[in-house]
Design a protein around this ligand. Structure first.
Ligand SMILES: Cc1cc2nc3c(=O)[nH]c(=O)nc-3n(C[C@H](O)[C@H](O)[C@H](O)COP(=O)(O)OP(=O)(O)OC[C@H]3O[C@@H](n4cnc5c(N)ncnc54)[C@H](O)[C@@H]3O)c2cc1C
Length: 460
């Protein structure tokens, strides 16, 4: 039996970062991971493999559309096996890298599935490890719809959709959220017909409506078909493939869609089973998330939780911030996460990036605000690189403070960082507008949007 200052359950971005930070702060730390590799959902089946495939597929799509540059490429072909091999190598290298960081920081890796028989104890197999504090970072897993069973052969979750060995003829994506759109675009670029079916009458729920519309328009131009206001009722297997029945929401009308693969991308749920939380009396929310207080402590003293298994945005960087803040608080420091400034990025082409409040949320709250917008069509760098779709939108309060910022456009995921920093440092639109931006650069659109909020955009 070994005794630790902290045992972290789960080696995803929340758990492994918390373990490293805790070790830096002088704690004696162990991390338990059951899946046989560190890095969690993010490195193994989430952020990293999806971005690797987005990059490979973008290169293939680009090669087929170079004629406006005067470049003709003949005979381009795809080797899906090689593409998947590249993705798997990136994943393997990164997950091994975390093992190295654990060794460097003196963190014990305990391989296996953990449960908590009592506060202060973590059981893995037949061994019970003692810990002053326990941090649950068990993450999340894909959900499905009632009556629809994911088999990862034809009816896929994101995990199956990043591991196909051939390009499907027709992929139907259920859910126009981040994961559905990213993976839908991967396979559309590689030659699949992709139809996105969404219950709501819009794409990217939660994102500023105007920016989501720009994204939908751009993605439609790039080949994705959208069927909005439709609910998947059933998926049947036929000799030819799959037969999906969808309901038109609010209308008494059914439609049939034939497909060979369907990706169910309707959300993720927290992973808490098998931990023994019921017996311990750890309180869960109605949706199964672990309830925590401002110090990340659960309803049981000495047991903490962070990342996807607690309420809040399911994002790797949010899980990391939670983890760092939690262990800093445990070490007596002032750990803190500002959830108003957690950015979210959709890595489609064009990218969609946002931070803070949407215009819809400001209207609903009755807050006075001004809007500044700048379209990439008027940005000279966007023109030169041929990426003119989309716009930057900033929302400012009556004192000029940035309340929200939303971007649809190439490199939006990088451009948002400036606005996140501005919000974190309480900079106003005037201060961002007064900052010298290099020319020609996509970032000039951020400056121009801030100038527009002040009524003095130069190039619009
Ligand atoms: C396709 C896809 C793309 C994504 N893209 C992005 C993106 O671009 N950017 C972004 O920010 N987020 C992205 N995400 C979300 C991101 O992956 C998660 O928000 C993030 O991984 C959450 O981190 P976590 O540490 O809370 O949990 P996880 O990463 O889920 O890690 C939890 C770990 O705990 C382990 N575990 C669970 N129970 C036990 C147990 N009882 N004992 C031992 N180990 C256990 C699991 O095996 C897992 O490895 C994506 C997700 C998917 C599916």
């Amino acid at each position: 039996m070994s005794t630790y200052d902290l045992i972290v359950i789960g080696g995803g971005p929340g758990g492994y970062v918390a373990a490293i930070r805790a070790a830096q702060l002088g704690m004696n730390v162990a991390c338990v991971e059951g899946r046989g590799a560190l890095g969690g959902t993010c490195l193994n089946v989430g952020c990293i493999p999806s971005k690797a495939l987005l990059t490979s597929s973008a290169k293939y799509a680009e090669i087929s559309h170079l004629s406006s540059h005067g470049i003709e490429v003949e005979g381009a072909s795809i080797d899906i096996g090689a593409m998947m091999g590249r993705k798997d190598k990136i994943v393997g290298d990164l997950t091994k890298g975390i093992g190295f960081l654990f060794k460097k920081n003196g963190i014990d890796l305990i391989e296996g599935w953990a449960s908590i028989p009592a506060a202060g104890q973590v059981q893995v197999g037949d061994t019970i490890h003692e810990a002053k504090n326990i941090l649950i970072a068990t993450g999340s897993e894909p959900t499905s719809l009632p009556g629809i069973e994911i088999d990862e052969q034809d009816i896929l979750s994101s995990t199956g959709a990043i591991a196909l060995d051939t390009v499907p003829d027709h992929l139907v994506v259920i859910g126009a959220g981040v994961i559905g759109l990213e993976l839908g675009q991967v396979w559309a670029r590689l030659g699949a017909k992709v139809t996105v079916v969404e219950y709501l009458d819009r794409v990217l729920p939660g994102i500023d409506g105007e920016i989501a519309k720009l994204a939908q328009r751009a993605l439609s131009k790039r080949g994705l078909k959208f069927q909005l206001g439709r609910a998947l009722k059933s998926v049947g297997k036929t000799d030819a493939g799959l037969s999906l029945i969808v309901d038109r929401v609010g209308k008494d009308k059914e439609e049939v869609i034939e497909a060979d693969k369907v990706l169910i991308a309707v959300g993720r749920r927290p992973v808490t089973r098998g931990l023994g939380l019921d017996a311990l009396g750890v309180a869960l929310s109605a949706r199964g998330f672990i309830e925590v207080d401002g110090t990340f402590q659960t309803s049981v003293p000495g047991i903490y939780a962070i990342g996807d298994c607690v309420p809040g945005p399911m994002l790797a960087h949010k899980a990391e911030e939670d983890g760092v803040a939690c262990v800093e608080i445990l070490a007596g420091q002032a750990g803190h996460v500002d959830y108003n400034t957690v950015p979210g990025v959709v890595y489609t082409d064009p990218e969609v990036a946002s931070v803070g409040l949407t215009e819809e949320a400001l209207k609903e709250a009755g807050t006075e605000y001004s809007v500044g917008k700048f379209a990439f069509m008027a940005n000279s760098r966007a023109r030169s690189i041929g990426e003119t779709d989309g716009a930057v939108k900033v929302l400012a309060g009556d004192d000029g403070q940035i309340l929200g910022a939303h971007i649809c456009g190439a490199h939006g995921g990088d451009l948002i960082a400036e606005l996140v920093l501005a919000m974190t440092k309480c900079a106003t639109v005037s201060e961002v507008a007064a900052t010298c931006h290099a020319h020609p650069a996509m970032g000039e659109a951020v400056k121009e949007a801030c100038l527009d909020a002040l009524g003095r955009a130069i190039h619009a």
